[in-house]
Ligand binder design. Structure first.
Ligand SMILES: [Zn+2]
Length: 135
């Protein structure tokens, strides 16, 4: 668990299986067998070819930091958590997802750094995916 807040995600019929998997420590992606596109966020229609014949696939959890910023001042729920890292990480499977890099000194994060998914429990319905530097 990181020290960041764990706001409950908006769970819809299209994302219910995704969030359920996070409670088991699994990061799911959608995959289109027709054009081989792997994508996130979860939705039925392939964003590349519009096929609705898509399926779930489990991500390895390995990624690299694509871009990031250190939030040093903010208000609201995250106001007591500064400084923290807001990042886009590029999953090994291709999709880039917005997340936090946690359990490290924010000033040690670099573009291209190898990171791995971790999960912060919200409740019995969901956990939040975040990433931590690989050893
Ligand atoms: Zn497709």
């Amino acid at each position: 668990m990181s020290d960041l807040p764990t706001p409950k995600p908006d769970i819809t019929p299209e994302t219910e299986a995704f969030w359920d998997a996070t409670t088991r420590g699994e990061l799911l992606l959608r995959r289109c067998p027709d054009c081989e596109t792997v994508y996130h966020y979860p939705r039925t229609l392939c964003p590349d070819c519009l096929s609705d014949d898509t399926e779930w696939t489990e991500a390895s959890g390995n990624a690299i930091v694509y871009s990031y910023t250190v939030i040093r001042q903010t208000r609201g729920e995250y106001g007591d958590s500064t400084p923290y890292v807001l990042a886009y990480v590029e999953l090994k499977e291709g999709p880039r997802i917005m997340t936090n890099v946690v359990d490290c000194d924010p000033d040690d994060v670099t573009v291209g750094q190898e990171v791995r998914v971790v999960f912060d429990d919200v409740d019995e319905d969901a956990a939040l995916y975040r990433f931590t530097p690989q050893e």
